[in-house]
Ligand binder design. Structure first.
Ligand SMILES: *Cc1c(COP(=O)(O)O)cnc(C)c1O
Length: 514
């Protein structure tokens, strides 16, 4: 077990950082001893001396800017060491349910880094970026092919932003038809991702919760019908497969109920890993759907980005979607511009969205082709069911017993009852064993939920190893559950108070307790 302390070891620079083996307790760059004149770069003498009259008036800085004086190797090593502190998909399995972390093929990074993609600027003349516009057009076409929908808008920067884009478009359609005054409610199933109600509220709607059906946690059509009678429903937001990993079999009926009532079906398609190449979203009666390309089509989003959340629309909504969008002019060249008609819901992002992520999306789709895309879904579902079956046999408790799952599944903490150990202890124990924990305590409707999604990228050997580690932790919980609260032991940061960290984040260097 490694445990570091930086006190009492000031005799050498390295040891004062706390270094054992090849692990180094990393300080902030500002905490390194700064050495006057030491620098990673040299400015030309003239640049240093150049004293133009300032156009900033008295805003010009009079004191030194107080950056530490460090050499290039110091800075390089600092950031390289920091980069190894975070668990990543390139380290090992990262089975976050709902937030899908699948392996990112290196080929996609290579393609996205090509100068024709990485060294261009959105303000360049369009004649010089025809290839980039073609990428955007091809991504859009591929997403329409996969979903069977009518229109696509690419510039949303993430899943939640895609939701916002979709609901803004629904809102625009209601404004156009004059129904906005009466339709003010969005129905949200109890198992929904927190971004769904947040999005609805940001668009000025009220939210009403659809309770999860007892047997399978799914949305009940009759319940939706009743809610449509009681409220002025503009739309329902349904995640399919649900965050419990269950396919909403009644999705088409839900769409019909919405349409009979003059409302829309928004599908949260953050994760298409079970559906791609298997089911056409348009056949569900969906009106708007965002696709987290960073969950389904390469570019895993560790560390908060970058991602992209393109949105596809039904015929009923396509005329109201945001701009700009790529289209072909009469002379055959591609153009990207604002919508010609005034019904559009406007812009949702400066320039054209997360271009680099969309390049990777296209690379992933083209590398796999139609059959490969279908196999992604099949393998993702197979891997999830393999884990679900093995873990259930080992004694863990599925949230929906006796059912197959789609690309992910949920365990409840029933198997930990009276052991003194919790879902959190299992999650932290996984860290010590080289696996990233699953998503924990979500969805909220399952006690101590563990939401597991292996994705298509893991081998049978890795899945088996994961099952064995989880089973070992379960046995440890049953024999010595109280002793699991010390996990993790081997990570640079041990168990921390995550609630406190979330509620009282320290956002300024000056506020760090000395
Ligand atoms: C991840 C996720 C979102 C939000 O996507 P972000 O890219 O994180 O904004 C929305 N809904 C579901 C079901 C998700 O899993």
């Amino acid at each position: 077990m490694l445990s570091f302390s930086s006190s009492g070891l000031k005799s050498s620079l390295l040891r004062s950082f706390g270094a054992k083996g090849l692990q180094i307790e990393e300080q902030l760059l500002f905490e390194y001893p700064s050495c006057d004149g030491r620098s990673g770069f040299l400015l030309e003498e003239e640049e240093v001396k150049c004293k133009k009259p300032s156009s900033l008036g008295d805003l010009e800085r009079k004191t030194p800017i107080d950056l530490p004086c460090l050499s290039e190797p110091q800075v390089t090593r600092h950031y390289t060491r920091l980069s190894t502190k975070n668990f990543s998909l390139d380290h090992g399995m990262y089975p976050l349910g709902s937030c899908t972390m699948k392996y990112n093929p290196r080929l996609n990074e290579h393609v996205a880094a090509l100068p024709g993609f990485s060294d261009i600027h959105p303000l360049q003349p369009l004649s010089t970026v025809q290839g980039a516009l073609r990428v955007l057009q091809n991504v859009g076409d591929a997403l329409l092919e996969i979903t069977g929908m009518d229109g696509v808008h690419l510039s949303a920067a993430a899943g939640a932003h895609g939701e916002l884009t979709g609901l803004m478009t629904i809102r625009q359609a209601l404004v156009n038809s004059g129904d906005i005054a009466t339709k003010n409610v969005i129905l949200i199933p109890e198992s929904a991702h927190g971004t769904n109600p947040a999005t609805a509220a940001m668009c000025g709607f009220e939210t009403v919760v659809v309770p999860a059906r007892k047997e399978d946690g799914c949305v009940d059509v009759e319940c939706v019908r009743d809610l449509c009678k009681k409220h002025n429903v503009a739309a329902i937001m349904v995640t399919n497969p649900s965050t419990l990993g269950m396919f909403e079999k009644d999705i088409k009926k839900i769409a019909d109920v919405m349409h009979e009532n003059g409302g829309y079906l928004y599908m949260d398609g953050a994760n298409l890993n079970a559906l791609m190449g298997k089911a056409k979203i348009a056949d569900f009666g969906v009106d708007a759907l965002h696709i987290n390309v960073h969950k389904t089509l390469s570019t895993p989003h560790a560390g908060g980005g970058p991602g992209a959340g393109p949105v596809v629309f039904s015929k009923a909504l396509s005329g109201f979607m945001p701009s700009p969008n790529v289209h072909r002019l009469k002379d055959g060249t591609l153009h990207i511009s604002e919508h010609p008609h005034l019904t559009s819901s406007g812009r949702v992002k400066q320039f054209h969205g997360q271009f680099n992520v969309l390049v990777k999306t296209l690379a992933y789709i083209l590398a796999l082709g139609g059959r490969g895309i279908r196999q992604v879904s099949e393998d993702a579902v197979m891997n999830a069911n393999y884990l679900l079956s093995r873990l259930t046999k080992a004694g863990m408790t599925p949230a929906i017993p006796g059912r197959r799952c789609m690309h992910e599944f949920v365990l409840s903490d029933k198997f930990l009852k009276d052991t003194g150990a919790s879902t959190m202890d299992i999650a932290k124990g996984l860290l010590d064993n080289g696996f990233h924990p699953m998503t924990v305590y979500f969805p909220l409707i399952v006690s101590g939920a563990m939401l597991i999604e292996p994705t298509e990228s893991e081998s049978l050997e890795t899945l088996d190893e994961y099952c064995e580690i989880l089973s070992r932790l379960m046995h440890e919980a049953k024999t010595d559950g109280e002793k699991m609260h010390h996990y993790p032991s081997f990570t640079p940061i041990k168990r921390c108070d995550e609630v406190l960290a979330a509620k009282k984040p320290i956002l300024s260097f000056d506020d760090i307790p000395k």
